[in-house]
Write a protein that binds this ligand. Structure first.
Ligand SMILES: *[C@@H]1O[C@H](CO)[C@@H](O)[C@H](O)[C@H]1NC(C)=O
Ligand SMILES: *[C@@H]1O[C@H](CO)[C@@H](O)[C@H](O)[C@H]1NC(C)=O
Length: 276
């Protein structure tokens, strides 16, 4: 108890000292007009039926699994963990029988992952950039910079049916272990980009984003959604049609900070909110 009180009492001091020492730390105000809800979004704080049908897979064997990519042909689930491994999880009849295999270690921190069209797994690695891991486990760097600026926190990736990769670099200033400073500073250091494997070209589509995180392509291939975590919103970037190249709000005023986003193939997007 005394310890807890001590920690709680000294935490602000420690934070202040840390922030003071980071001389490049330059706090700014978030754009209030974008954070002020136009219409309040009402959501239940709890969803009790949600947990009824769920089972824990690989409990105790996976350290901080971030994203998942399911291979419907082999039934294997791929996920990256804090120890740098891309894990292959085979789920048998019951979750208790699931098997975790450490497959390839990126030497970094695999965050986002998606299956490519040639049996490969494409990884958004916070430390390394965008990686291609082929079926036989060979790893290749696809890109780690754009317009002369290196990625510092490559976060999430998705692929269109015609093979173009869309991905985010959450911050060009702060690395993953410093992400809190990015939030506290309140300045937009993130970029939303594309990579075309046929030309090996990386294109910056949007810059000055607030910690752009999860990415998903709409099922009709018309737009890409990405979430800006501290802004509590997700935006749409059009890749086809009249609105091509423009941005719209997909959802704002979320009841927590959005992380990854996935489409379930049945008309629903799932957004992970690690905080409320
Ligand atoms: C799945 O379960 C069956 C029956 O218990 C077993 O024979 C099989 O080896 C298991 N497969 C894996 C991949 O664990
Ligand atoms: C990944 O590498 C494999 C093997 O070279 C290649 O067939 C595939 O097209 C690559 N994927 C991307 C997205 O570059």
């Amino acid at each position: 108890m005394a310890y807890t009180i001590f920690v709680l009492a000294t935490l602000p001091v420690i934070m202040a000292v840390l922030l003071y020492q980071l001389d490049t730390f330059a706090p700014a105000q978030y754009p209030d007009h974008e954070l002020t809800p136009k219409q309040p979004l009402f959501v239940p704080k709890r969803n009790t039926h949600m947990l009824h049908g769920s089972e824990k897979i690989g409990a105790g064997e996976l350290l901080g699994p971030e994203d998942v990519a399911y291979d419907p042909i082999t039934g294997i689930i791929y996920t990256g963990t804090t120890d740098g491994w891309i894990n292959r999880v085979t789920v048998n009849e019951s979750a208790a029988e699931s098997k975790v295999e450490k497959w390839v270690n990126t030497g970094g921190r695999p965050l986002g992952l998606v299956h490519g069209h040639h049996g490969e797994v494409i990884i958004a690695d916070a430390v390394k950039g965008l990686l291609n891991v082929t079926r036989d486990g060979t790893m290749e760097l696809l890109t780690d910079e754009a317009d002369g600026l290196k990625f510092k926190l490559t976060d999430a990736v998705d692929i269109t049916l015609d093979g173009i990769l869309y991905f985010t670099d959450a911050s060009s200033k702060y690395a993953l272990h410093e992400f809190l400073f990015d939030f506290l500073e309140g300045r937009p250091h993130g970029r939303f980009m594309s990579y075309d494997p046929s030309t090996k070209q990386t294109k910056v589509l949007l810059r000055d984003l607030y910690f752009p995180n999860g990415v998903v392509i709409s099922p009709d291939q018309h737009f890409v959604i990405f979430c800006e975590t501290p802004m509590r919103m997700c935006k749409k970037y059009y890749i086809k049609g009249e609105k091509r190249g423009s941005v719209d709000t997909f959802i704002e005023n979320l009841p927590g900070l959005p992380d990854n986003i996935r489409y379930d193939g049945e008309g629903r997007y799932w957004i992970a909110l690690p905080t409320v």
